[in-house]
Design a protein around this ligand. Structure first.
Ligand SMILES: [Zn+2]
Length: 396
């Protein structure tokens, strides 16, 4: 929801939306932990000096909120969290043995967007990024890119995204003034990225002149079911921030060397990702993500409510997100209403179900109703959640 009293472009998340955010955060953090990422938390404000060091103050200021002056210092809301992570890396000595070091955060960022550019939860002034900075040796760039690209493919597979394109953004070799670093460095790193994509058999296209000034990048453009294009994921090589923050590691010979930074976002902004997911699924979220997974409909409150309440308690205890519709509306009406809410499972509970201790379920988008024992139903839904099964959207 939005309210002008809070401010334009500042979304507030209601309970159902927050459930989806929490599940997505847990989902991506679990994947990252399995790959050795370390999660951190940094404040959403920073001293202006931090952004002067990073170069954002000179190059990105028009996208930032104005500074706040306190105690002879100036602070700004951060537009991105790279500088905080650079400072965190710099706070300790690092050996080559620790690299690649992967710092990750679900970080609140703030950007000044003109009010005309604000769009739903897709383009806002406050959002949360599924961000990470990977500090590595130049020789590790290929492996780091490969791991991140595989993670992107793995995540897209889980969400059933099929309509996407990888874009390799390279520098314009005729306009070297614009870019940081020397020719050899660029050619080498661009070739490393091509090699990785070929090795993984990923189709991609090249975009000359689209690289960031600090390094080449790989963007993934995804098209939703309603045909809307969004850049969800990105991997960017950066030789510049390590220079600006004078980052080092101790190499095999015991000498100080400069690491390379890889910026990467998988889900990107969680807010924009959820906007995309709503378009892609048309609101029918897979069971593992649905804010309400099971809706219980007693046929008659006089005879079946007790059984429905027993199941409500049992399913909650089991960890399911379950609702009970004990309104006095007719069963057909309550069934339609459950389908309109796109709840994955609607359970009808009448005499037979109560006496046999069974449930009759109807899946969202499917006409058929199936009767099974309580335990069979729990096993079925548990498997579906565990496997993050996609909803069969054919019948929607
Ligand atoms: Zn970054």
């Amino acid at each position: 929801m939005y309210d002008d009293l809070v401010g334009k472009g500042l979304p507030m998340w209601l309970p159902n939306g927050f459930i989806v955010r929490r599940l997505l955060s847990d989902y991506i953090m679990d994947k990252e932990i399995a790959l050795g990422y370390k999660h951190v938390l940094t404040p959403c404000l920073g001293n202006v000096e931090l952004y002067k060091t990073s170069g954002h103050w000179a190059h990105y200021q028009k996208d930032m909120f104005p500074k706040m002056d306190v105690d002879n210092e100036s602070y700004v809301l951060r537009p991105m969290n790279c500088p905080h992570h650079m400072v965190m890396y710099r706070s300790a000595l690092h050996s080559y043995r620790e690299l690649p070091l992967k710092i990750a955060e679900i970080a609140a960022d703030f950007r000044f967007e003109a009010s005309g550019a604000l769009t739903g939860i897709e383009r806002t002034r406050a959002f949360y990024q599924n961000d990470s900075h990977i500090f590595c040796m130049p020789t590790q760039i290929g492996d780091v890119f490969k791991e991140v690209t595989k993670l992107i493919l793995d995540v897209y597979h889980d969400f059933g995204f099929k309509n996407y394109a990888f874009r390799l953004s390279l520098r314009d070799p005729n306009d070297t003034e614009k870019y940081f670093g020397n020719d050899e460095l660029w050619e080498k790193s661009e070739n490393q990225l091509r090699e990785v994509l070929k090795e993984l058999g990923v189709e991609y296209y090249e975009a000359i002149g689209e690289a960031a000034f600090y390094g080449p990048k790989l963007d993934v453009q995804v098209k939703s079911a309603i045909g809307h294009d969004v850049t969800l994921s990105t991997i960017q090589l950066d030789y510049q921030l390590p220079e600006r923050f004078e980052l080092t590691y101790i190499d095999e010979k015991g000498e100080k060397a400069r690491p390379v930074v890889v910026h990467r976002a998988i889900l990107g902004s969680l807010d924009r990702f959820i906007a995309f997911l709503i378009e892609e699924t048309k609101g029918a979220f897979p069971t593992w993500l649905a804010p309400v997974q099971v809706n219980l409909l007693p046929v008659n409150n006089d005879y079946h409510l007790e059984y429905a309440n027993e199941l409500l308690a049992k399913f909650k205890e089991h960890g399911l997100r379950v609702a009970l519709d004990d309104s006095n509306d007719k069963l057909g009406y309550r069934m339609r209403s459950s389908q309109m809410k796109k709840i994955p499972y609607t359970l009808v509970l009448g005499d037979h179900e109560r006496d046999d201790r069974t449930v009759t379920y109807r899946r969202f988008g499917v006409q058929e109703q199936i009767t099974v024992s309580i335990d069979e139903f729990l096993k079925l839904i548990d498997d579906e959640i565990k496997n993050k099964a996609l909803l069969n959207t054919e019948n929607k």
